[in-house]
Write a protein that binds this ligand. Structure first.
Ligand SMILES: Cc1cc2nc3c(=O)[nH]c(=O)nc-3n(C[C@H](O)[C@H](O)[C@H](O)COP(=O)(O)OP(=O)(O)OC[C@H]3O[C@@H](n4cnc5c(N)ncnc54)[C@H](O)[C@@H]3O)c2cc1C
Length: 385
């Protein structure tokens, strides 16, 4: 499998691994204090990784789906909240890059490549919930600007990013599905941050509601054309989001496997003198965990690689890899809780944090249930929606 990585991706993976080792010691603090991982984002910026999805001619790395999966996996092993925050920044970047004007390239992408700008996605709304591609936020045209009104929920990097990629009903349209994407700068008048939402897991993602009241957004911040949002959702947002999330959840599963391996090797009974690794049933469970993680990794890398080369059969791979990674992460971390015994069940133990973080994989939209339906529909030649 590593042969499928180009030299550049291997270098980026090594750089991410160095960052991962720097941020790992702070992962439990990020979790216990529900603290946005500023240190991780600064380290990623210093390492030159924030422009992963920015075209090379603008100073970025010009990478695609596979690289995003590999880097979020690497970071997810060390600090899942950091992987999530970085992943959402990368998805937002890919959305801006997909049809960037020269203004957007200069004002957003070049800054992102220099590590001077964090962006993120703000799509979800309470009215439409998991149907993240539907928005009830309104845009009207007034005095040569967009006026935006609506409320987004669960915005990762909320209040921390420099810009937010939002979706809204196209100006003066009102027709369901006629949606547009805009970049909203953090200092836009009319943007208000609601109380931070404290999650069961992924507690450092600074998830917040974002209320927009007559928020004035320049016309230059429209992404693509009005009505383009469904194109963005299925051509850019879903593929990049699914890679970033599947990578993060695979990283969590890998880290749980490593914790189990360490426990099996080091936990020794005084009455036998043997470590747990000599118990056959535990050997079998460990093999099962390893096997499910490897299968998830193969599916994810195949999805990224096929997506990057434009394989016409890539869709079911891309749609199923995040559902698969979420299932693997939840199953493996749950089993790790049993195998690591009482030490894992301690309040806020490392393994219990992994289980809590893993659970978010099922509900982040497209959710596991939706992705299974979409995968089936794509295999049966039906439209996704
Ligand atoms: C940690 C975290 C970070 C997030 N970050 C962001 C972010 O950065 N930006 C953003 O825009 N959003 C973000 N979200 C929001 C997320 O993507 C979902 O939109 C949100 O979790 C949906 O929540 P809900 O309670 O409204 O779900 P509901 O809509 O109430 O759905 C509940 C359940 O019903 C199921 N369901 C609904 N419709 C169907 C269907 N047709 N078929 C099968 N099952 C269905 C869903 O799968 C889900 O399991 C984040 C969420 C979490 C938990």
């Amino acid at each position: 499998m590593p042969n499928m990585f180009a030299t550049k991706l291997l270098r980026l993976k090594d750089t991410a691994a160095t960052v991962a080792s720097e941020i790992a010691p702070f992962a439990s603090e990020v979790d216990s204090e529900a603290a946005w991982p500023a240190r991780s984002m600064a380290a990623l910026s210093k390492a030159g990784l924030m422009g992963l999805q920015v075209p090379e001619q603008l100073g970025g790395h010009g990478q695609g789906l596979l690289a995003l999966a590999v880097l979020t996996e690497t970071l997810g092993k060390a600090c899942p909240s950091s992987a999530l925050c970085f992943g959402m920044h990368c998805v937002g970047t890919a959305v801006i890059a997909a049809k960037a004007t020269s203004y957007q390239s200069e004002n957003y992408l070049s800054k992102i490549a220099r590590g001077e700008h964090i962006t993120t996605l703000a799509l979800s709304e309470s009215g439409t919930g998991a149907n993240f591609y539907l928005s009830e936020t309104l845009i009207t045209l007034a005095a040569g600007q967009f006026l935006v009104n609506g409320t987004k929920q669960f915005v990762t990097n909320g209040g921390r990013a420099d810009s937010y990629v939002i979706s809204a009903l196209s100006p003066d349209s009102g027709e369901i599905g006629d949606l547009s994407c805009l970049i909203v700068d953090s200092d836009t008048a009319g943007v208000e941050w609601l109380e931070p939402w404290h999650g069961f897991g992924m507690r450092g993602n600074s998830s917040r509601g974002m209320r927009l009241t007559d928020a004035r957004v320049p016309l230059t911040n429209l992404l693509g054309d009005t009505g383009d949002q469904i194109w963005y959702v299925f051509e850019v947002i879903a593929p990049y989001f699914l890679m970033a999330m599947a990578g993060s959840y695979l990283g969590i599963a890998q880290s749980a496997l490593e914790a189990v391996g360490e426990h099996l090797r080091t936990r020794r009974y005084s009455h036998t003198g043997d470590s747990l690794r000599h118990i056959e049933q535990l050997q079998m469970k460990y093999a099962d965990m390893w096997r499910s993680i490897e299968k998830t990794r193969q599916l994810l890398y195949a999805a990224g690689e096929r997506g990057d080369r434009g394989d016409p059969d890539a869709l079911p791979f891309i749609l199923s890899c995040k559902a698969d990674a979420a299932e693997t992460a939840v199953a493996v971390t749950n089993e790790a809780m049993t195998i690591c015994g009482g030490i894992a069940y301690r309040e806020n133990s490392r393994v219990s944090q992994m289980l809590r973080d893993a659970r978010a994989g099922h509900v982040m939209s497209p959710t596991t249930d939706m992705l299974k339906i979409w995968t089936g529909r794509s295999l049966l030649g039906l439209p996704l929606l």
